[in-house]
Design a protein around this ligand. Structure first.
Ligand SMILES: Cc1ncc(COP(=O)(O)O)c(C=O)c1O
Length: 421
């Protein structure tokens, strides 16, 4: 092609992620023509030669830049995990991704890779209770301290916390948005602007965000200034409440040290769960779209009900409010997990939960079936009472994750459960 041709030739269309999920990263020719990747149940991989083994280990250990050239040992990598990671990165147009044995394994591996005794972690609040425990209680044993700001904090409030934190060494800034269980959004752009204003280049702590509730379909924080996006893949990505896994997505420079830590401690996902996730990613957009449509219908009904105090659903943010402004800039959809505040307290919430027939009474979210739970008594039971009160995790709060059932059946189920209070 001449330079002139290059200018007139149409550029090849970039395939959308939902199309790429059917085949990206897998060549059937390498596996007897199998349309779907086989599950590679092997703990180790045979080297073609001793020199090849040495070369692969140089990549694994970081002696030679560029990472592993081939497969070595299943604690480091494997075909199913590599295909999964390639496809996870596609959704967010990211350079690299990593898979983990759970969402908490992803979070813990990131902390272990970046935190040293005496460091400070700055975080938004609330966080998923196990993440709070990991930061406050477990890392606290190693002299790590934390400073937080509420999820909806303004730039000025975030600045104030960053300035205080800068007195020590800040290892990372950890966000969760929307927050579990309140659905409060964090202004990632403001956090980025604050970090860049307060910390000099070369000393800037990475911004890590747990994007489990909306990502990757309705929110892509790498585009808003985050450096690393984490997932409990157990939720929407897995989508069928039948596996536990985690993910991390970001640039190669940010991912590399986390991979080295994962290689050391062995928090990689197993090949079978990785395979199941490949199947799940093929329908992720379909499932999340249908669930979001259902949630919009269910929430519209719940909001009108006399026994409902309010519905913490991202589709109902008050026009002109700070939360609505963050939503407009960061989110392309309201998702399908929301908080339902009933009139009353624990008695009313428990009566409602016990009366549900289609929605299941279980923790977790993001599956094809609708789930309902009581954060104050279940997922966030370990959070001290005064902190729960400050974070709006009351006894009248029920968290609901809407699935892909028929919306009218779901509405009828919620109606009869409210009638039973
Ligand atoms: C926001 C959020 N982050 C992380 C986790 C932990 O994920 P996993 O249960 O896969 O370890 C959860 C689990 O509920 C969650 O809701």
């Amino acid at each position: 092609m001449t330079p002139d041709d290059e200018q007139t030739q149409p550029k090849p269309r970039k395939l959308k992620p939902s199309t790429q999920m059917m085949g990206f990263g897998y060549d059937p020719k390498l596996s007897e023509g199998a349309l779907k990747p086989p599950i590679f149940l092997t703990s180790t991989f045979a080297f073609e030669s001793a020199a090849a083994g040495k070369r692969f280990f140089e990549g694994i250990t970081g002696k030679r830049p560029g990472g592993a050239e081939g497969l070595v040992y299943s604690r480091f990598n494997g075909p199913n995990q590599e295909i999964l990671e390639d496809r996870l990165a596609v959704w967010e147009d990211a350079e690299e991704a990593l898979s983990f044995s759970s969402g908490m394994a992803a979070i813990a591996t990131v902390f272990l890779a970046s935190v040293r005794p005496g460091d400070t972690i700055v975080h938004s609040a609330p966080l998923y209770a196990a993440t709070e425990t990991l930061i406050g209680k477990i890392l606290g044993r190693f002299g790590v301290t934390w400073l937080d700001f509420p999820a909806g904090a303004t730039r000025a409030d975030i600045d104030a916390v960053m300035v205080r934190a800068k007195a020590g060494h800040v290892a990372l800034i950890f966000l969760e948005s929307p927050a579990n269980p309140t659905n409060a959004l964090v202004d990632v752009e403001a956090v980025r602007a604050s970090r860049d204003a307060i910390f000099a280049e070369g000393e800037r702590p990475p911004i890590v965000i747990d994007n489990t509730f909306l990502g990757p379909i309705w929110q892509q924080p790498l585009q808003h200034g985050a450096d690393l996006v984490l997932y409990s893949l157990t939720k929407y990505a897995g989508g069928h409440s039948d596996l536990v896994a985690g993910g991390a997505v970001g640039s190669k420079a940010v991912i590399d040290p986390i991979r080295t830590m994962r290689n050391t401690i062995g928090t990689i996902v197993d090949p079978h769960s990785a395979w199941m996730l490949l199947r799940s990613l093929e329908t992720m957009e379909l499932r999340m779209t249908r669930a979001a449509e259902n949630a919009a219908k269910v929430c519209a009904r719940l909001r009108e009900h006399p026994k409902v105090e309010r519905v913490g659903y991202l589709g109902f943010l008050e026009a002109g409010s700070r939360q609505a402004d963050i939503y407009r800039r960061h989110c392309s959809g309201a998702g399908s997990t929301f908080s339902l505040y009933l009139k009353g307290a624990e008695r009313e919430a428990f009566a409602f939960l016990d009366a549900l027939k289609i929605a299941k009474l279980a923790v977790s979210l993001g599956g094809t079936e609708t789930l309902a739970s009581h954060p104050a008594a279940m997922t966030h039971l370990s959070v001290p009472d005064e902190r729960k009160a400050a974070l709006d995790i009351g006894d009248n709060l029920v968290r609901i994750s809407v699935g892909v059932e028929d919306p009218d059946d779901l509405i009828a189920d919620f109606d009869q459960a409210l009638a039973a209070i």
